[in-house]
Each structure stands twice: as structure tokens, then as C-alpha cells.
Design a protein around this ligand. Structure first.
Ligand code: PA5
Length: 418
């Protein structure tokens, strides 16, 4: 189970805390009953037959492709990239390429260049099927597949993950693409454990069964005992009420960069509406101790910090070597494991920031494994929903996202947008 640590006593009494936990707990049922609350029970309700089909498709791709080009953006991309990178990258021949997440011509050219002489398959991931970045990239990739494999073989290398009601259904039917369903009642940023993430993660060699088991266990903890996600959601709102309106997710593992990106999207799109919401930001330490560290320690006191940590030190250990000439004066560390030094630096950072007036919280996973990643994802999804409901906003919509699209379509001359 995911642990949560925070010095509650600085902000509220035991009685206040219990009352707020009790009130926030009600939102679990509100999330579950929401038309977009399918993710709450997904770890116990997922479609097992489709899950097996995903594993088969992954096996095929692993056997015939050097690359799986994953075409998607936002919730149709960030979560599975986060998991694959946090777990150390792809295991085996097939590497993932991510595209369809920007309008950058040079990024797309880079991808097309990378697959030029390689065997590849394509996974288009879009709940709506109408996302422009994704659809444009798919046009190029479909063309490339046909050029390389011919009109008959190309469709066998295209896998579409979409909603039953999306416009892509027409393409699927017309071309006999293999497809996987994004459940209608699960929104993009809550969908990493659905086929959205499961196919690319299985292709990357991630044990998706363990991932789901971790989520299932975290769900159990949360549904039956209140769980730590509730406490985290409570504390976020308590801190916001005290004027701390920026949350920085801090990590000491560079491989968690995309985990932070997923987390920012999850909280930013779910809470930032109606003039409300905590601004989600992130740092990767110790790199950012040499950049944003100064602000964290000494800048405006509007920031609180949530450290995501693993309890276990790495099994593979790099030990600081002894040097004959101790010019850098580091011989006092000789023989110490680098990962343990990292844990000590993390502790020092937390203590310094706290002393500098930054409220510090800790979200602690047992280790960095599939099981723990599944639990961590579920933890943050639930915390996000509870926190948004506490704030008084609907976590599952994103009305603000459409505003730029209307202007964009008008400027691009889309018919009907004059
Ligand atoms: O969380 C969300 O709903 C969004 O970030 C979407 O995932 C993103 O806009 C991509 O949408 P789609 O999957 O429809 O292409």
C-alpha cells in the first residue's frame, strides 16, 4: 500500500482532521457513481478477454517490429510513457516511439527518419478520434506503412485504441484494423490502466498483470479503510485554504520525469477550472536543486511540496570509490552506496525546505516495481478525484480545453468555423 506522511498538527487539530477525512471519504462514492467514474472499479471489473487479446497483439508486435509508434496525446499518452520510463524502459527488441503529441514538423520528421529502415507497427490511441495532432501523425504513418508493407499487410500493423462511439470506428470497420476499447465511462487522464496504456506497456515488456494487481490492492485499501489518498486530498485542500496554491511534485529519480508529466496533467485538467485549483508543477532533484532549489527554499511562500519516494534502496548498487588523492575531499563517503546517499540528500532537502516554510508531504511506494506503479497510479487518481470534489469542481470534464480549439479551427479555416 502507498504510504503518506505529513505533519498534520501544524495545520489542524486531530478532531478537524478526522472530520475532514470523514467528509472527503463520501466523494469515493460520488466518483464511483459518476458517468466518468468507471476507473474506480476498473482494477476488479476490467475486460479480461480483451486483456488477453492485448497480450496476444503485444506478442505479435514484439515478434515483428523494432518499433511500436504510439500516436496519442494527453491522457492517451502520458500515463504509459510514465510507467515504462519509471520502470527503466523497454525490455526486449521492440522500442516505443511517441508521436502525435505536438504540431512540430521536426519532431515528426525525426520519427519518420527513425523508422525509415526499420520494421514497425502503429498504435493510434485517441478516445475521441478527432484530436488533430494525433490524426495528422496517423496520416503520415499509415502512408509509410503502405509504402513499406503494401496495402494488404499495412492494416495488420495498425492497432487502434478508441471509444466505441468515436469517429475512428468507421476507419476500423473499413480497414479491419485490430482495435481495443477505451471504456465510455473512463476519461483520458484516468485511462492508463485501460487498453490505452496496456498495449504499449505490454509491448515494452511490462508485467501488466502485476500493474493491475497493484491498482487492485490500492483500491481495496481505499474503498474499505479510507486509505491514504483521502488524507493527501484533505491536506492539499487545507494547504490551499492557507494560501499555498502551487504544489510541486518532487522526485529524486530522473526516470520519473514523465510520471510527473502525467501527474501534472491529471491534477491540472481535473482541478483547474471555475477560477479554482492548485497549480501543479514538478522538479527532479538533485538536478533541480541547482535550479529551482533556490526558489523552493527562499521564494514566495505559496508553494508546498510532495515528495514521491521509494522505500527500498536499489538492489544493484554503485559504491563511491576511494581515491588516492582526496582532492575533492570525498573519501569520507568511500564505500557508501550511491542510492543510500540519494536517500540522505532527500531527507536533508525535505528538512531544509520545511525549515524554510514549505509544507512538505511524502507519498511513499514500497519499491519501484510494476505492482507499486499500479498502486501509485490508483492512489493519485483517487486523490485527484477526491481533491477536486472537495474543491467543488467536476474532476472529469475539461471545458477550458475547447476554447483554444474554436479559435484554432477558425484561424486554420475549418469549414463551419468562420
Ligand atoms: O484527459 C483528457 O481527457 C485529455 O487529456 C485527452 O486525453 C487528450 O485531449 C487526448 O484526447 P483523445 O484521446 O480524445 O485524442
Amino acid at each position: 500500500m502507498i504510504k503518506f506522511e505529513c505533519d498534520y498538527s501544524k495545520f489542524l487539530s486531530e478532531a478537524e482532521l478526522s472530520e475532514r477525512i470523514r467528509q472527503t471519504g463520501h466523494f469515493v462514492w460520488l466518483s464511483q457513481r459518476s458517468t466518468k467514474g468507471g476507473w474506480v472499479d476498473w482494477p476488479v471489473n476490467y475486460n479480461a478477454a480483451e486483456f488477453e487479446r492485448i497480450k496476444k497483439a503485444a506478442e505479435k508486435i514484439r515478434s515483428d517490429s523494432d518499433y511500436l509508434v504510439c500516436v496519442g496525446v494527453g491522457g492517451s499518452y502520458l500515463g504509459f510513457r510514465a510507467v515504462v520510463e519509471a520502470l527503466g524502459g523497454e525490455r526486449g527488441r521492440t522500442k516505443l516511439i511517441f508521436t502525435g503529441n505536438s504540431f512540430s514538423a521536426r519532431e515528426l520528421e525525426k520519427v519518420l527518419d527513425q523508422i525509415k529502415d526499420a520494421d514497425f507497427s502503429v498504435n493510434v490511441i485517441s478516445k475521441s478520434g478527432t484530436t488533430m495532432e494525433t490524426a495528422i501523425a496517423f496520416r503520415f504513418l499509415r502512408q509509410r506503412l503502405i509504402e513499406r508493407y503494401g496495402a494488404e499487410e499495412a492494416p495488420k500493423r495498425i492497432f487502434i485504441t478508441t471509444d466505441d462511439e468515436s469517429v475512428l470506428q468507421q476507419e476500423i470497420a473499413g480497414n479491419h484494423y485490430e482495435s481495443f476499447a477505451i471504456p465510455h465511462n473512463i476519461g483520458g487522464r484516468f485511462s492508463v490502466l485501460t487498453p490505452v496504456g496496456m498495449l504499449p506497456m505490454a509491448v515494452a515488456g511490462i508485467d501488466v498483470d502485476q500493474l493491475m494487481k497493484g491498482a487492485e490492492k490500492e483500491r481495496e485499501a481505499l474503498i474499505y479503510t479510507g486509505g491514504n489518498a483521502t488524507k493527501y486530498a484533505v491536506m492539499r485542500n487545507v494547504l490551499l485554504e492557507r494560501g499555498f496554491n502551487v504544489e510541486v511534485l518532487a522526485n529524486f529519480e530522473p526516470s520519473f520525469k514523465y510520471f510527473s508529466e502525467w501527474w501534472k496533467q491529471l491534477f491540472g485538467e481535473s482541478e483547474g477550472k471555475d477560477g479554482k485549483g492548485i497549480f501543479p508543477a514538478s522538479v527532479i532533484y538533485s538536478t533541480d536543486l541547482h535550479s529551482l532549489g533556490q526558489y523552493m527554499q527562499d521564494g514566495q511562500r505559496i508553494v508546498f511540496e510532495t515528495f514521491v519516494e521509494s522505500e527500498q534502496t536499489e538492489a544493484e548498487q554503485i559504491v563511491v570509490p576511494i581515491a588516492v588523492s582526496d582532492i575533492d575531499e570525498l573519501n569520507y563517503l568511500a564505500g557508501q552506496k550511491l542510492d543510500e546517499i540519494k536517500h540522505t540528500v532527500a531527507q536533508a532537502t525535505r528538512e531544509a525546505h520545511e525549515a524554510g516554510g514549505v509544507p512538505v508531504m511524502r507519498v511513499i511506494m514500497p519499491d519501484i516495481s510494476e505492482y507499486s506503479m499500479g498502486a501509485l497510479i490508483y492512489f493519485f487518481e483517487m486523490a485527484c478525484a477526491l481533491s477536486a470534489f472537495t474543491l467543488g469542481v467536476n474532476p472529469f470534464n475539461q471545458p477550458g480545453v475547447d476554447d483554444y480549439k474554436v479559435k484554432m479551427f477558425r484561424l486554420l479555416g475549418k469549414p463551419g468555423y468562420n
